[in-house]
Design a protein around this ligand. Structure first.
Ligand SMILES: *Cc1c(COP(=O)(O)O)cnc(C)c1O
Length: 253
């Protein structure tokens, strides 16, 4: 958790845009390039290998749209600052974002998920079907601690839930999780009303398609988290390709 130094209202206006004045720009630039000039192809190949291995944010010239995009990076920066996390990683949709979170933990052999119902219908389906090789134990908030196993990779709650608006006490659930990362779907509250990282969530997920987009013209997803998990999420995003389109990133910003 970073200590907020500016009000949320100020962050909402300036985060992800601080360099614009020095660039002589008023509106954020929209970079639609999929690929970029490669003056040093050996060096570039090494940077791609490095990114594939670590997911560390790319320094220097852009390479290819699946590694990252400068317009999308502005949206990620803004969302991280609003949620009070170190980083954020954007995806093509909320379901792509959730899939990446499951894959990050599953790739470590931690395939068991403890989830509190109700969840958004497709999240429920993704877990219940086991399509990504995960196994779910459904429980209520009071049952989280007892449901944990040595191979539990994630605890998942959504509050307020879509569509029932059921609420969960995040601090109590975070305590029950122990060292297992708590993922909170914050789609319905938005960081304006609730910042789960301040209550112990390690992953804060949004379907950006809903309130963050706000105008019904964008599909997107985003996960706000610490840089360690962000690197793992970028690796999965690079390997599986669920990137947010730059125009969607521009509209979300
Ligand atoms: C819509 C929604 C999702 C899925 O997001 P998509 O952008 O449709 O993939 C996940 N969680 C909640 C709470 C949602 O409302």
């Amino acid at each position: 958790m970073e200590t907020p130094t500016r009000s949320l209202a100020t962050e909402a206006v300036h985060a992800g845009r601080e360099d614009l004045a020095a660039l002589g720009l008023h509106a954020a630039p929209l970079d639609l390039s999929t690929t970029y000039p490669s003056p040093d192809s050996r060096g570039e190949a090494a940077r791609i290998d490095e990114f594939a291995a670590t997911g560390a944010p790319l320094e220097g010239p852009q390479v290819y749209g699946r590694l990252g995009n400068p317009t999308v990076a502005r949206f990620e920066e803004a969302l991280a600052r609003l949620e009070g996390t170190e980083s954020a990683v954007a995806f093509a949709s909320g379901m792509a974002a959730l899939s990446a979170c499951l894959l990050v933990r599953g790739s470590l052999g931690l395939r068991h998920v403890v989830a509190v119902r109700p969840l958004y219908g497709c999240s429920d389906h993704l877990l219940d079907s086991g399509l990504l090789g995960t196994e779910v134990t459904w429980t209520d908030p009071a049952g989280v601690a007892d449901a944990l196993r040595p191979d539990t990779g994630l605890v998942l709650v959504e509050t307020p839930a879509n569509p029932t608006l059921a609420e969960t006490d995040l601090r109590a659930v975070a305590y029950s999780c122990g060292s297992v990362p708590l993922l909170v779907d914050n789609t319905f509250a938005t960081p304006v009303l609730q910042r789960p990282a301040a209550h112990g969530a390690r992953l804060v997920l949004h379907s950006a398609t809903k309130y963050l987009g706000g105008h019904g013209d964008v599909m997107g997803g985003v996960v706000a988290c610490d840089e360690e998990l962000a690197g793992a999420l970028r690796r999965i995003r690079f390997a599986t390709g669920g990137v947010l389109h730059p125009l969607a990133g521009y509209l979300l910003l």
